[in-house]
Design a protein around this ligand. Sequence first.
Ligand code: ADP
Length: 403
Amino acid sequence: MPLVAQSVSSCRETGASLENVLLVDDSLQSLLALEAILEGPDRRLIRATSGEEALKRLLEQPFAVILLDVQMTGIDGYQTAKLIREREKTREIPIIFLTGHNRDDAQIAKGYAYGAVDYILKPVVPETLRSKVAIFIELSRRRAALMQKNLELQVAENTLRERTRELGERVEDLARSNAELERFAYVASHDLREPLRMVTSYTKLLARRYKGKLDSDADEFINFAVDGAVRMEHLIEDLLLYSRVGMRDLFVKPVQCEAVLTRALDNLQRAMQESGARVTHDPLPTVKGDDTQLVQVFQNLIGNGIKFRGKMTPCVHVSAKEKTEAWVFAIQDNGIGIDSQYADRIFVIFQRLHSHEEYPGSGIGLAICKKVIENHDGRIWFESHPGKGTTFYFTIPKMDLSE
Ligand code: ADP
């Protein structure tokens, strides 16, 4: 068919796909006339000379639109339309009826009842027919593009679902191995405590009993051993504390933060007296939380404010600001400050910025604070001016008074 061959080649040049148009008429003359009107580079015109042949063609390939003559020998246009509508595969294809006879409204209504989208009376006006068919071709192209997009979206959605599932599995694995590590840290530090206590007390005994009785080297070595054992004891205690924070369920109740602060300051008595530190505070709210764990947070942050002091007498101020969802606590000191490049590092367990000789410590305090605050659905961060001081902030969600 020269018409089809020509259409295919010109559309290939533009790279667009061809849309099929089915022309159904039992008169070859009418078909030729339609082809002459509708020929175009973006379409393939396919003929059927009867309703039966039209149904056969429809099974072979998809169509953008069907032009269907009403009066045909064999099954007529209405019957053909009915059969087309009954088939799942062809139900959605738009049908334009062409007729030269049935001009009365009842017949036209019958055409629509059989599923026509349009009804064109012969003799057709070529321009009108051309633009109607062009619209359906465009619609079909858009529908195909939409289906393609839909398909791509489905593939993307499936990939996303798969990735989310994998991620979920990894998070579970990570949580499991974290819990195992915590358990290990707990067991190890718990079991190490006893033998370590023995080492510490015997080295202390050695120091007491033999100080000045052996040579000066021996005194120095014994002191090193005592110092190491004491430090190890502190480390083990802190590690135990850290693993307990993760393993223990939160014991949540309304907690008066001023009472929490008082308990923290009681625990810090010695450090405060040694340094002459001044700790002040604004009125503090009542929050929902675990008081024991919150005491640890206040104690670690205020303790650090005192410990990491510069030349000035340490001053630490505790305050809280009410925001929409949460209380934002601030613990401000006038100490040595922290370079912002260490913003994440200092919250990681065992990470310290100073040697033990400069400032004693185990590098666990802030890791405990982070864990406690995250257990309370809050977050912790700091702002600092090196040489001038640091403010640690943490949030605790506001208490729902209706609970
Ligand atoms: P530790 O106090 O035992 O060293 P932390 O986890 O409490 O461990 O703190 C980690 C590190 O963060 C500290 O070693 C110190 O370098 C830095 N840091 C924490 N708090 C302060 C502070 N208030 N001022 C200056 N540096 C601080």
